[in-house]
Design a protein. Structure first.
Length: 208
């Protein structure tokens, strides 16, 4: 049997009362210091998990509760009547600096691994899962936006454009899905000479 000091709230007003809680050997909590003695079985109350050495709440039936800073006494009581609890395990981890550092290292490595390998892998699978119609629509919409904001019609002659397309086709003939690649020409005084690859295999070459 052990006792501890606590503050009692009735759940109806903001008043608080100093009480003494006796943790009986039978797993019963006995609250003394009020007009009448209160007794609750362990199954009737809910004890908040331990977070460091901050005050801990014991929730009672009828919205009442007690708060106490005597965490060690509560942990010992729970260990005797509930065996090991998740909150006790958590407190053990957070009270050991080495465990905290190890947890931070593991978290950091996991995040880096997700960014380095997980995200690209998921993006690759997502791209492969998209139907060709979506790929084509994205490319056409992207080109339409660029034409309205940055591009103007190319000043290259039709003969020069065709010669470049022929050279492009020979250069990319051995690439996978080479037949999907299209070479397009635009003029862009705003951004100067540049090149863009858009979905659906469109390659846009922009000149001044």
């Amino acid at each position: 049997m052990s006792t501890m000091q606590a503050v009692y709230y009735d759940g109806k007003t903001s008043d608080k009362r100093s009480v003494q809680i006796e943790l009986a050997a039978a797993g019963t909590l006995i609250i003394r210091g009020l007009e009448s003695e209160l007794r609750y079985g362990l199954a009737e109350v809910r004890i908040a998990p331990r977070v460091g050495n901050t005050p801990r709440s014991i929730y009672l039936p009828g919205d009442a509760k007690c708060e106490t800073s005597d965490n060690d006494t509560i942990d010992l009581f729970l260990k005797r009547h509930r065996h090991a609890t998740a909150s006790a395990w958590l407190h053990t981890l957070e009270s050991k600096l080495g465990y905290v550092v190890l947890a931070l290292v593991i978290t950091g490595v996991s995040i880096l691994g997700l960014v380095e390998y997980g995200v690209p892998l998921l993006a690759k699978h997502a791209a492969r899962a998209l139907p060709p119609s979506v790929d084509i629509a994205l490319g056409e919409q992207g080109l339409s936006v660029l034409d309205q904001t940055f591009f103007a019609p190319s000043r290259l002659s039709a003969q020069r454009q065709q010669a470049l397309r022929t050279l492009f086709a020979k250069t990319t003939a051995d690439l996978p899905e080479a037949e999907r690649l299209r070479l397009l020409f635009r003029r862009s005084p705003r951004i100067g000479a540049n090149a863009f690859a858009l979905p659906s295999g469109m390659i846009v070459i922009a000149v001044r």
